[in-house]
Design a protein around this ligand. Structure first.
Ligand SMILES: *Cc1c(COP(=O)(O)O)cnc(C)c1O
Length: 366
């Protein structure tokens, strides 16, 4: 067992159990890379892209620099034009909103449902041509109706590597699926990284151009592009860690099952909803209680770290004030923001750590 460097009793996230077993193999490959000097592109990127496309059950994967770039480049590549509306859930990480703005679109928030905390795809006005559903906390939005909706869909799958619902796999349903490999995501790089997956060869090609100065070949510029490639070094890390992703997701599922078993029925606590035929990957384990701040304080006193995802819905953030929304516009999202508390959750969280958390929550609410 590798020794954790984190010094609190139960950290919110400890990446060591996932990184430790593959560290040496990755470092060996990185050493070879530094000798070759081929720090950009190269076979390591293509190899990871092939493996991640297969993992998602799609034809193409284009590695990019981050999750927000995966979203922005996907929206640009599917033909979003300046000022066009894009439906987004009212409860998400701010990057979902920001990516739409960066692609010159207008985010149109839609409230979330209580049954999965995701956007209600049926509630979207037909005049909106684009939708970015977010598979929040590792739980997929209900994508079963998407094929018939006529809207162009870019899935924000940044929290749901490997999640399924109704037999559909996160990232594989819409025109494109955007992933983040931020270090603490279910598949985490050693820095920033992301990817777009799609079955559409033309779309994949446009994103390949956009990520690298719009170049089809050296100095032939077909589009005004960006520097938004997946680092070769991160591709090495991700290729190795992808081999363990299914195991890591099972460890998260086991931890979630333990939480559910130990915490159900305590006070006014509400455990995460899991719709039937859904198999989430538990990026986060988010509970709700009216006394969220009190519980958080109680856990902190016992050296148990927690998180808030997210304390403020994007429509109330200064960054998006220009969209013109106010408190009260999206009541389900706003209430969740006040009540949510994310318990420690990571691949390799120990029995003892889970027991410590459950006992402390029970002590406060029991
Ligand atoms: C992490 C995340 C992003 C952004 O990913 P980065 O790699 O940090 O740019 C976007 N959307 C959601 C829902 C996320 O969780």
């Amino acid at each position: 067992m590798a020794v954790s460097e984190v010094d609190t009793r139960v950290p919110f996230v400890d990446l060591e159990p996932a990184n430790g077993p593959v560290r040496q193999a990755i470092l060996d490959e990185i050493r070879d890379l530094t000798r070759s000097g081929r720090f950009v592109n190269g076979p390591q990127v293509a190899e990871f892209e092939r493996a991640f496309a297969a993992f998602c059950g799609v034809e193409h994967c284009v590695g990019v620099s981050s999750g927000i770039d995966a979203l922005r480049l996907s929206l640009e590549a599917i033909g979003l034009e300046r000022g066009e509306e894009v439906a987004v859930p009212a409860h998400t990480f701010a990057a979902t909103f920001a990516a739409v703005l960066h692609a010159d679109g207008v985010p149109v928030p839609v409230d979330i449902g209580e049954s999965d905390y995701c956007i209600d795809l049926h509630a979207i006005s037909e005049s909106v041509r684009f939708v970015v559903p977010v598979h929040l906390y590792g739980q997929m939005a209900d994508m079963s109706s998407v094929a018939y909706s006529g809207q162009a869909v870019v899935e924000d799958a940044c929290q749901s590597h490997g999640a399924t619902r109704d037999g559909l796999r996160a990232g594989s349903v819409g025109a494109a699926g955007a992933f983040s490999f931020y270090p603490s995501k279910n598949l985490g790089a050693w820095g920033d990284a992301g990817a777009v997956v799609t079955d559409d060869a033309d779309l994949a090609e446009r994103i390949r151009l956009l990520r690298e100065h719009g170049q089809a070949s050296k100095y032939r510029h077909d589009l005004a592009g960006y520097t938004a490639r997946l680092d070769t070094l991160q591709a090495i890390v991700l290729r190795r860690k992808l081999e363990l992703l299914a195991v890591h997701n099972e460890q998260r599922r086991a931890a979630a099952a333990r939480y559910e078993q130990e915490l159900s029925g305590l006070g006014d606590l509400r455990l995460p909803p899991v719709p039937s035929r859904s198999n989430p990957v538990w990026h986060l384990y988010v509970i709700r209680t009216s006394d969220r701040d009190g519980l958080r304080e109680h856990l902190a006193e016992r050296e148990i770290q927690t998180g808030l995802h997210y304390p403020e819905p994007p429509h109330l953030a200064p960054a998006f004030a220009g969209l013109g929304y106010a408190r009260g516009d999206f009541p389900v999202a706003e209430t969740l923001a006040q009540e949510c508390l994310s318990l420690p959750m990571f691949a390799g969280i120990s029995e003892e750590q889970l027991e410590t958390v459950c006992a402390a929550v029970g002590e406060y609410l029991g």
